[in-house]
Design a protein around this ligand. Structure first.
Ligand SMILES: [Zn+2]
Length: 309
């Protein structure tokens, strides 16, 4: 079975043809401007067409297509908005029909972090109760409870990035709130923190490299970010009692450097029974969201088959 997968990021698009067991047969990556959603999805469709051709297929031969988006969505037709892509609300179905032709009838959409969580279940034996957190430019989250993805009333359950973790000197967040985990400990926040302590014009990746080279200020910055992450995850753990917490996104490369302070803050704030959780980097790696798109499609196709029975 060949599945089309579109990982539509706010800065880059990764597209591939994926098998039912999660092997990526062809992939293409490109930075695609998000300003015009119609043009954006048209380009995604063209990239997928290229991948399918590489496998000797046309779009119509794909069993289905999954799309993961950096946006809040109802998982069916509506995108409610995306700060990172600069999108307001729009209906995505007509754009998918335009971009994918008949294959749009077997196309499934999902928020990107929810998609990662679905990939963790389908391709990595992720478990029945876990939290997935991506730490990159921003911070996103997803919750799987009792084997099911928790969507919430308006599709925005699991927004870990907006848990309030700093009350004394809170940073303003893009959501309009103050002291959100995303404002305090995202890759963007780590870069800003580093610049404030005199590390120069660096981003989170540089901070990681400096910390690995033994630079004390860089280590302190990561310890501070780790404490906020630990605080946020303890809030999530006390609410959900997950068995595992998976961390993805670019900043997860520095997880070993974040973990000592993260664990300390987590242990202080989490209830004793909720402390017994494995905190680990996702094994899905860079393609987590692409595999997520494939998982969303496979889940959607399976649900459709079940309905027909
Ligand atoms: Zn916020």
């Amino acid at each position: 079975m060949h599945i089309g997968a579109i990982d539509g990021g706010g800065t880059k698009v990764l597209v591939g043809v994926v098998t039912a067991d999660g092997r990526v047969l062809a992939r293409r990556q490109e930075s695609v401007p998000t300003a015009d959603p119609a043009a954006y999805f048209a380009r995604c469709g063209a990239l997928l067409d290229g991948c399918a051709a590489e496998c000797g297929l046309g779009l119509e031969a794909l069993a289905g297509v999954g799309v993961s988006l950096p946006a809040m969505t109802d998982g069916r037709d509506r995108v409610f908005g995306s700060p990172s892509a600069g999108w307001g609300p729009f209906a995505v179905r007509p754009l998918l029909r335009e971009a994918l032709g008949p294959a749009a009838a077997r196309t499934y959409i999902e928020n990107d972090v929810n998609a990662c969580a679905r990939a963790e279940v389908r391709f990595a034996h992720g478990g029945r109760d876990f939290v997935w957190m991506t730490v990159s430019t921003g911070i996103g989250g997803a919750v799987v409870a009792d084997g099911r993805l928790v969507r919430g009333a308006r599709g925005c359950a699991g927004e870990l990035g907006h848990l309030k973790v700093e009350h004394e000197r809170p940073r303003p967040c893009g959501c309009g709130g103050q002291g959100c985990l995303e404002a305090q400990a995202s890759g963007t926040a780590i870069g800003r923190l580093a610049r404030e302590v005199g590390l120069g014009d660096v981003d989170a990746k540089c901070v990681e490299a400096l910390a690995r080279a033994g630079e004390p200020a860089a280590r302190l910055v990561l310890a501070q970010a780790g404490r906020w992450l630990g605080r946020g995850l303890a809030l999530a753990a006390n609410l959900l009692n997950p068995g595992r917490i998976y961390i993805g996104g670019g900043v997860s490369h520095a997880l070993d450097l974040l973990l000592p302070a993260l664990r300390e803050a987590f242990a202080r704030d989490a209830l004793p029974l909720c402390r017994e959780v494995v905190i680990t980097r996702t094994r899905l790696g860079y393609e987590a969201s692409l595999l997520g798109a494939a998982a969303v499609c496979l889940d959607g196709l399976a649900a459709g088959t079940a309905r027909q029975r």
